[in-house]
Design a binder for this molecule. Structure first.
Ligand code: NAD
Length: 409
């Protein structure tokens, strides 16, 4: 089978690399000439564990181009372009533009939409492209994207034409994962409902954390016992500074405005968004509580990627905190093992970052930030991700942890 992948970002590039590794001939198309040129010279534009090795291994079966006509003989073309939220609403511009370009496909080719889109989009893709369309939403997580693509929890295939659904199911037959066949709209809903549910779960435990801080309780103790109930499960029950990244913030907002347009507003999702947007400000307030007036003082942010094991800084909590601190006249420096950004002065080691600062905020739970308590002894610390041994710290505040500490008013 020959496969096309349109959009070579976190989803498209991983999909292309995994499918080529499984033996398919894959053509990857992107409108970004520099990205395509780089990929053809072996430069991988993103950090994702194992991706570079996988791309090297599948050389020969994988080509990159900006030329859509190279897709004319593929059996399945996956759309994996971005679907940003603009002013609270999804922008389908890239998906619709890709759909028009996919008129180059043969009449028996199938388009599979991987991009996260509001219900009703796959139908539009069919109208614009004139080709049969299947909705095949993506559930991979950055940081474990290759494992998630090779071995997904479930494969959702939504569509109308059985032959087209059969073809897309065949592409994924190497996975042995459960396949759920649905309509287009159900498939599109499954993706948004899943992401929104996870966002609600995170915001829920973060509000419980707020309450724990008032009651001198430890939210980790509460969450651990809650999670032992299989109906609740321990996953996504870690209190912290909230969710960021390229998916949850934009998807929850797009889903909310979509629901409002239909006259059935998802009030719980709205509340989850609101709670999440308060998290960075709460981290700053915590630092003020231990450190006092922040103006002209130096604060180090550990973790600028939106989560560990990625270099992705889109909607990163660390960067949001940095900008709030700067507004208060704070001198902010940052450190991240992988992420690079223009918006904060970055130093190359955590040791330097901590040594130069009076205050430290742990914003991302990178493995290398565990066990650094000795470096933090003389600092004012906010453990925003609950990864530190608090018994070894002197002047700190920690999310969902209410005990009085030295320096706390
Ligand atoms: P991304 O921004 O990393 O990559 C998108 C790529 O599409 C870019 O390289 C861009 O140049 C390219 N592109 C834009 N318009 C194009 C066009 N008309 N033709 C060809 N290429 C075009 O995005 P991403 O993070 O990979 O996400 C892609 C989609 O998958 C989004 O809808 C996202 O919501 C969804 N998704 C993302 C993740 C994730 O973890 N990143 C997980 C699940 C689903």
């Amino acid at each position: 089978m020959r496969i096309g992948v349109v959009g070579l970002g976190y989803v498209g590039l991983v999909t292309a690399a995994v499918l080529a590794d499984k033996g398919y001939e894959v053509v990857g198309v992107d409108v970004d000439e520099r990205k395509v040129e780089g990929l053809n010279c072996g430069r991988v534009p993103i950090y994702e564990p194992g991706l570079k090795e996988l791309l090297t291994r599948s050389q020969g079966r994988l080509t990159f181009t900006t030329d859509y006509s190279r897709l004319s003989d593929v059996d399945v073309a996956f759309i994996a372009v971005s679907t940003p939220t603009v002013n609270g609403r999804i922008s389908l511009d890239y998906v619709l533009s890709a759909s028009r370009s996919l008129k180059v496909l043969g009449k028996d080719s199938v388009i599979a939409v991987k991009s996260t889109v509001i219900p009703g989009t796959a139908r539009k893709v069919r109208e614009l492209s004139g080709r049969e369309v299947v909705s095949n939403p993506e559930f991979l997580k950055e940081g474990s994207a290759i494992r998630d693509t090779t071995n997904p929890d479930r494969i959702v295939i939504g569509g109308e034409a059985q032959w087209a659904m059969d073809l897309v199911e065949k592409v994924w037959s190497f996975t042995n994962s459960p396949v759920i066949r649905t309509t287009w709209e159900e498939a599109e809903m499954i993706k948004y409902a899943s992401n929104s549910f996870l966002a609600v779960k995170i915001s829920f435990i973060n509000e419980i954390a707020n309450l724990c801080e008032r009651l001198n309780c430890d939210v980790n103790v509460v969450a651990k016992a809650m999670g032992l109930d299989p109906r609740i499960s321990p996953h996504f029950l870690r209190a912290g500074l909230g969710y960021g990244g390229s998916c949850f913030p934009k998807d929850t907002k797009a889903f909310l405005s979509f629901s409002e347009d239909l006259g059935e507003p998802l009030r719980i999702v709205g509340a989850a968004i609101q709670v999440n947007e308060e998290r960075p400000l709460r981290a700053v307030r915590m630092l003020e509580e231990v450190m006092g007036e922040l103006r002209d003082r130096v604060v180090c942010i550990l973790g600028l990627a939106f989560k560990p094991n990625t270099d992705d800084t889109r909607e990163s909590v660390g960067l949001k905190i940095a900008s709030l601190l700067k507004e208060k006249g704070v001198r902010v420096i940052g450190y991240d093992p992988m992420a690079r950004t223009e918006s904060v002065e970055q130093v190359s080691t955590k040791e330097e970052c901590i040594a130069r600062a009076e205050g430290v905020i742990v914003a991302t739970e990178w493995e290398e930030f565990k066990g650094i308590e000795d470096l933090l002894k003389e600092k004012y610390v906010v453990d925003g991700r609950r990864i530190l041994d608090l018994s070894k710290l002197k002047r700190f505040r920690a999310v969902g942890y209410g005990r009085m500490t030295e320096g706390r008013s």
